[in-house]
Design a protein around this ligand. Structure first.
Ligand code: PMP
Length: 392
């Protein structure tokens, strides 16, 4: 009988390389302070709950009411019996919010990238992608038969050189994260759009970390740069600032209609639970009616980043609430993160292969929920452990 020998060897190799990451179990829901299994309370600076919406009373209430009305599950994929009125309402709301003709909702941001890229790219097309784009974009591209070109991170000269050579393809699609998830820097979207227009390419932006964060009312990077009508595919998640789970693309009606028929992750996976759709509808209203949440997020992020820099930490190119502190090689980075947790601060270690071997970091995510006292507590822990490790 076959056994798990090979799997055990692979696991040991990960451990030997100092790259093994066990799961941490939390006793309560996502919040500024959270309880580790066993009861220890720690300050949370690793969640994507940018605005603290996971606990918003209006979203909870909407979820409860939708559960009462529709039940706990959608019962089917969207194309059979799983398109409930609440899914339709969410898509209309998202399209209006993003200023596009249409929107299509998927089960996660990850499956959105897989489904959208898979349905719009064929063998005669070329996709041109920033080297630091998210794993779900990389995997989504791999699933297509399109030709692939990678440009160095935010290198617009290289992007132009690639576009110049790609005139003979049926279709050119330039793909970028709006906010890069590991470095917290912002894509130069205006230049990307101008180059795409010059060379007749479509523009695809993954706003997972920009939705609810950048732009008026958190409308994302297209709004932030004033590029309405010039970005063809705006991807968003419902799992980060929106506080629930799911993903979507805001695009043209024609593109939506094609994806309903072609996007495999849409076609072959059951639709979002009604409670989730309802809470996301409520969240879009909250973004509009409570702008102070986004304002607080940005003032927290900017003041915390400034302070870290003054203290001598290397925060890379961060310009958003994602603030990495670069530590170095994987084992040392994970040890740094563990020491912070001992001090009561959860700052996730991110190591190779997610980032390059020498660029291991703890990735701090500031949220609107953090108080001045919370940020002072985080700074004290970082200074203490930072000195121990000689990084400041
Ligand atoms: N795109 C980017 C840029 C992301 O950072 C993430 C989340 N890590 C995703 C997509 C996937 O989103 P989700 O967690 O909703 O699947």
């Amino acid at each position: 009988m076959a056994n798990f020998d090979v799997i055990a060897q692979e696991l040991q190799a990960l451990k030997d390389a100092g790259r093994y990451r066990p799961l941490t179990v939390w006793e309560d829901g996502s919040d500024a302070w959270m309880t580790l299994e066993g009861g220890k309370r720690v300050l949370q600076m690793s969640s994507n709950n940018y605005l603290g919406l996971t606990h918003h009373p209006k979203m909870k209430q909407a979820a409860i009411e939708a559960t009462e009305k529709y039940g706990v599950g959608a019962g089917s994929v969207r194309t059979i019996t799983g398109t409930l009125a609440i899914h339709d309402e969410l898509e209309q709301k998202l399209a209006a919010f993003k200023g596009t003709e249409a929107a299509l909702v998927f089960q996660s941001g990850f499956t959105t990238n897989q489904g959208v890229l898979g349905s719009i790219l064929g063998a005669d097309d070329v996709v041109i992608s920033d080297e630091l784009n998210h794993a779900s974009i990389i995997d989504g591209i791999r699933l297509t038969k399109a030709s692939r070109k990678i440009f160095a991170h935010k290198d617009m000269d290289q992007l132009e050189a690639v576009l110049k050579e790609c005139g003979s393809y049926r279709q050119r699609v330039v793909v970028t994260d709006g906010v890069f998830s590991m470095d917290g820097d912002i894509a130069p979207l205006t230049t990307i759009v101008e180059l795409a227009e010059k060379y007749d390419a479509l523009v695809y932006v993954d706003d997972a970390h920009a939705s609810g964060v950048l732009g008026k009312h958190g409308k994302g990077s297209t709004d932030h740069f004033g590029l309405h009508g010039r970005v063809h595919f705006q991807i968003g998640t419902l799992s980060k600032a929106i506080g629930a789970v799911g993903g979507y693309v805001a695009t043209s009606q024609a593109a939506k209609d094609l994806m309903i028929n072609n996007a495999r992750s849409f076609l072959f996976s059951t639709s979002l639970p009604p409670s989730v759709a309802a809470s996301c509808i409520a969240a879009i209203d909250v973004l509009k009616t409570e702008p102070e949440l986004t304002e607080r997020l940005w003032s927290n992020a900017n003041s915390f980043r400034d302070t870290l820099k003054k203290e001598g930490f290397n925060t890379g190119d961060s310009e958003t609430p994602i603030i990495p502190i670069i530590v170095g090689e994987p084992a040392r980075t994970l040890e740094f993160s563990k020491r912070l947790l001992d001090e009561g601060l959860c700052a996730q270690g991110i190591v190779y292969p997610t980032v390059s071997m020498d660029k291991g970091r703890v990735r701090m995510i500031v949220t609107a929920q953090h108080t001045d006292e919370d940020l002072a507590f985080a700074l004290d822990a970082l200074k203490k452990v930072g000195r121990e490790f000689g990084i400041i």
